[in-house]
Design a protein around this ligand. Structure first.
Ligand code: NAD
Length: 263
């Protein structure tokens, strides 16, 4: 990515934290915000995950496990110390796992809840006071199309993503009168690190692709564009919303496959 930012961009001067920024959707969101003039704290598990930030202005990498008790508060402090405040948070760090309802260890379910739900609650609680100081802010959370229905062997992941959707809706109601907006993005099949294994399994890749209306997986940049809108001031009227960025996969009951692309 170029080192150029846009002083007049949509996010000019706005300070954001992005979790899970080491790869995939989070990295694309962080890149988009900086490209559009934003100032970003990019968080992921290790410095190695964040090596891509090196040499880019207006981005501060932060190695942090968002499930740690004080990690979210520390990220907010870093944003305030580095850039003077906080306007936006993208709570995107997530993990997936698969295993049937009887075979997946309960510890895996606990970890899904810890990362995909509990850390998000902590992230909102950490961000709200700093946003209040600025007179408002925008929080956007990555759930999943999987949080809206069931998938075989995905009960732990799907339950955690369903939970975070209603967590966000409720938080939006608690914070809305203070102009702190909370929204959710539900990606469908997206080409990222998380889906690397599926991408290497032609039958699984193809089955997911065929279930989307547009007959293709999304790129991380395509999903990031939705976050770019939601955490901008352009989305002032949008809160408590659950936005599908899933190529139409959730529009399908699953009974019939949509038409293939022509040519
Ligand atoms: N890729 C898809 O098809 C898809 C579909 C729906 C939802 N999602 C969701 O999108 C979000 C981003 O995932 P992605 O697809 O870009 O995958 P990814 O694996 O490329 O990125 C996720 C990042 O989160 C980081 N992370 C995981 N646990 C963390 C923790 N405890 N603390 C800090 N960082 C942590 C990982 O190190 C990784 O860099 C996740 O919440 C995921 O559930 C992805």
């Amino acid at each position: 990515m170029s080192n150029e930012t846009s002083a007049s961009g949509r996010h000019a001067g706005r300070v954001a934290i992005v979790t899970g920024a080491g790869s995939g959707i989070g990295r694309s969101v962080a890149e988009l915000l900086v490209r559009e003039g934003g100032l970003v704290v990019a968080a992921d598990l290790t410095d190695e995950h964040l090596a891509w930030c090196s040499g880019i202005d207006h981005i501060v990498p932060a190695a942090a496990d968002v499930t740690a008790a004080d990690a979210n508060d520390a990220l907010v402090s870093l944003a305030v110390e580095s850039f003077g405040g906080l306007d936006a948070v993208v709570l995107n760090a997530g993990i997936s796992m698969s295993g049937s309802i009887e075979s997946l260890p309960m510890e895996d379910f606990d970890r899904a809840v810890d990362v995909n739900v509990r850390a998000v609650a902590r992230g909102i609680r950490a961000a709200a006071p700093a946003m209040r100081v600025r007179g408002g802010g925008a929080i956007a959370i990555t759930a999943s199309t999987s949080g809206q229905r069931g998938d075989p062997s995905m009960w732990a992941y799907n339950a955690s993503k369903a939970a975070v959707i209603n967590l966000a809706r409720s938080a939006a109601l608690d914070l809305g009168a203070e102009d702190i907006r909370v929204n959710v993005v539900c990606p469908g099949p997206t080409i990222t690190g998380m889906t690397e294994r599926l991408q290497e399994m032609p039958a699984a890749y193809e089955a997911l692709r065929r279930r989307t209306a547009r007959q293709q997986w999304a790129t991380a940049d395509e999903v990031a564009a939705v976050f770019g809108f939601l955490v901008s001031t352009e989305a002032a009227a949008v809160t408590g919303a659950v936005i599908n960025a899933d190529g139409g996969i959730s529009a399908n009951t699953g009974q019939f496959l949509p038409p293939e692309r022509l040519a």
